[in-house]
Design a binder for this molecule. Structure first.
Ligand code: 9J3
Ligand code: ZN
Length: 308
């Protein structure tokens, strides 16, 4: 029940707050660092990081089938784009929290976006714009998939209907199998990318010392298509020692585990994307100290604490 006077009191308070906001807004333009404090006052963003989005995370919030944001989606016809095969954009419906980071995700050899579609709403509901793509041909190789991921990000940030919802300086790439190999190719050719996550990645190139993008390599212990010994493990080990990097080997998993909803893939992908695309150190707790082997984790390698 609302007190009879509370409505006008609320309105007065709101007017006072609005006046403060105007004053703070003016100051924000003049004082470096003021924007974060301004955001903290608004109650949505952290004092020391203007890119944080959503409530403080917990183990259950990163394991949940959906995060705090309601998600909308829009499909992009292959006939209307060039450089990749179209796809589906999943994005937080509300614009109240400002812009979000974005991630493009490529499927693997012979596969289409449906094979990775579960990641769209799963990641977008945590506060990202997610673009699951089709490739020009389902037979495209990793180098081509890498170029297509970059073309998709360019479309997303420059021409898509949701371009105004994205912070184009905060982008990442993911992919399954040859799409995962493609995510490494994309990061190699565009070092400004903030995160890369190959999922049971496949590539004939085993060495990635050129990467400057924080990279989470996800392998599967039972993968006989892209065995970790000849794919994910050398990918991870060849990344620079100074790079923020991690190797998650899924327990009791196969090459195709990333093609269905998987809580372990989700929770560490969300944490990696939040930590490195959003600089959101609230997620560091899930990455460092290194996760221990368990029923779902065969092995986890990484460098802690993270440096970037
Ligand atoms: O995208 C993939 O699943 C790559 C694994 C593969 O079938 O490579 C053989 C050429
Ligand atoms: Zn190489």
């Amino acid at each position: 029940m609302q007190h009879p006077h509370s409505r006008s009191r609320t309105r007065k308070l709101r007017t006072a707050l609005a006046a403060t906001a105007v004053a703070v807004g003016l100051c924000t333009a003049l004082i470096p660092g003021a924007q974060a404090a301004d955001s903290a006052r608004a109650g949505t963003l952290a004092a020391d990081n203007p890119y944080e989005r959503g409530p403080a995370p917990t183990v259950s919030s990163i394991e949940a089938p959906r995060g705090p944001y309601a998600v909308s989606d829009t499909s992009v016809s292959s006939l209307l784009v060039s450089g990749f095969g179209g796809g589906t954009i999943y994005y937080p419906t509300s614009t109240a929290d400002g812009t979000f980071g974005a991630v493009a995700i490529s499927p693997g050899f012979t596969a289409r976006q449906s094979s990775i579609a579960w990641l769209g709403p799963r990641l977008a509901s945590q506060g990202f714009v997610v673009f699951t793509i089709d490739t020009n041909s389902v037979y495209d190789q990793p180098d081509s998939r890498g170029r297509q991921l970059l073309a998709a990000l360019d479309y997303l940030t420059e021409r898509s209907s949701v371009r105004g919802r994205i912070d184009s300086s905060r982008l990442g790439v993911m992919g399954h199998s040859m799409g995962g190999g493609g995510s490494l190719e994309a990061a190699k050719s565009r070092p400004s990318l903030q995160a890369a996550i190959p999922l049971t990645g496949w590539n004939t190139d085993k060495t990635w010392p050129e990467l400057r993008t924080p990279t989470l390599v996800v392998g599967a212990d039972g993968d006989s298509v892209a065995p970790v010994s000849s794919h994910s493990e050398p990918f991870y080990e060849s990344l620079p020692g100074s790079l923020d990097k991690a190797y998650l080997e899924l327990n009791n998993a196969t090459h195709f585990t990333p093609n269905s909803s998987d809580t372990t893939i989700a929770k560490y992908s969300i944490s990696w994307l939040k930590r490195f695309i959003d600089n959101d150190t609230r997620y560091e707790q899930f990455l460092c100290p290194l996760p221990r082997p368990s029923l779902t984790i065969e092995e986890y390698r990484g460098n802690c604490p993270h440096t970037s």
